[in-house]
Design a binder for this molecule. Structure first.
Ligand code: SF4
Length: 338
């Protein structure tokens, strides 16, 4: 029943805000590369976004289109990659219910990724987390398996989620027979990018991000406010580029020669921070230009964006329907079938 040769990537984003350069270096860049090698499905995880935004559905709705445009802007080709809406693939909800019998509450509570996220979401849940949030790894397992996903690109911090999914698949297959594909984590070149304020994480909620949709003016303004070596008061004070976010981003957006000049001139007190920032802003604007241009193209064509999402969703629905047929047959839920 299971074709061992089958390879399909399933990955996605929660529509809770626009995507930023942290996402670009962390996953999107990799995603674009992989679409040439694998059949790729990108889900816009609106149901998952509601697990901790259940009281703000408008925010989730508004960001669905932004997420689609960000993915297209970085170079996801709708002819190679399928972008679809999670809430429209109803089999995911059904599978989540079936899988919930195969996972214990204690196992979910022990999942390191879930534990960390619950700790970070105290302002949403207070002391008591919801059933929906605690169980989101189960619905994620449903997302992956509904589409017969075999490869899931993740960062190291998300490995426990894939392990949880694999456990569910193994348990399902051992009880009901070989029905589901057991996915593997794909650890690509996931770089974690620090925020403009030096925070280890660039985050939508931390206010320290450069968005793929930012204009040239916004990029310049944000770079001019980035954290530099605080000990540097005058231009000829020797600086330490290792503790400066401007130098950190030069290493991502400037060529080798410029990176070396930044370091040596900063250490020698021969470089002004303002000029250093301006140069970075210029390089960043240039590097992100193709993304901004593609994004603008789609911003001006909302009907085309909608069409891409609708067509992608239809394709995903078809695959999920096939999976559900196998699952129901395996679970003896095919009462009216001859
Ligand atoms: Fe940072 Fe550049 Fe200023 Fe050095 S000269 S502290 S690298 S902004």
């Amino acid at each position: 029943m299971i074709n061992q040769e089958h390879k399909r990537i399933v990955t996605g984003d929660r529509p809770t805000g626009k995507l930023h350069i942290g996402h670009y270096f962390g996953s999107l860049q990799n995603r674009v590369k992989l679409q040439d090698e694998y059949e790729t499905f990108i889900l816009v995880a609106d149901v998952q976004a509601l697990t901790d935004n259940f009281n703000n559905p408008e925010k989730v709705k508004q960001n669905v289109r932004e997420i689609v445009m960000d993915n297209l802007a970085v170079g996801l080709d709708p002819n190679k990659s399928t972008i679809y809406l999670q809430s429209m693939v109803h089999e995911v909800a059904e599978l989540t219910v079936f899988y919930s019998n195969l996972v214990t509450i204690a196992r979910l509570q022990r999942n390191p990724t879930v534990k960390t996220e619950i700790a970070q979401k105290k302002e949403v849940f207070g002391e008591s987390v919801t059933y929906g949030f605690l169980g989101y790894p189960v619905s994620q397992a449903a997302d992956i398996t509904a589409l017969d996903g075999t490869l899931v690109p993740v960062g190291e911090d998300q490995l426990p989620l894939i392990e949880q999914c694999r456990e569910i698949v193994r348990k399902f297959n051992s009880i009901y027979g070989e029905t589901l594909y057991e996915p593997q984590a794909y650890l690509g070149e996931n770089k974690r990018i620090k925020g403009l304020d030096g925070n280890e994480k660039m985050g939508k909620s931390l206010g320290n991000a450069i968005y793929l949709a930012d204009s040239e003016e916004e990029i310049t303004q944000k770079v001019m406010n980035a954290i530099t070596d605080p000990a540097r008061i005058k231009k000829d004070d020797p600086g330490n580029p290792n503790i400066c976010m401007v130098s950190y981003y030069h290493n991502l957006f400037s060529n080798k020669e410029e990176q070396e000049a930044v370091c040596s001139e900063c250490r020698a007190g021969k470089r002004g921070c303002v000029a250093c920032k301006r140069q970075l802003a210029k390089n960043m604007i240039e590097a992100l230009r193709p993304i901004r241009q593609r994004r603008k193209y789609y911003e001006e064509r909302p009907e085309e964006v909608k069409e891409i999402l609708m067509e992608g969703t239809k394709k995903a629905q078809k695959i999920a329907a096939g999976t559900m047929e196998r699952v129901k047959e395996a679970m003896k839920l095919d009462y009216f079938k001859n």
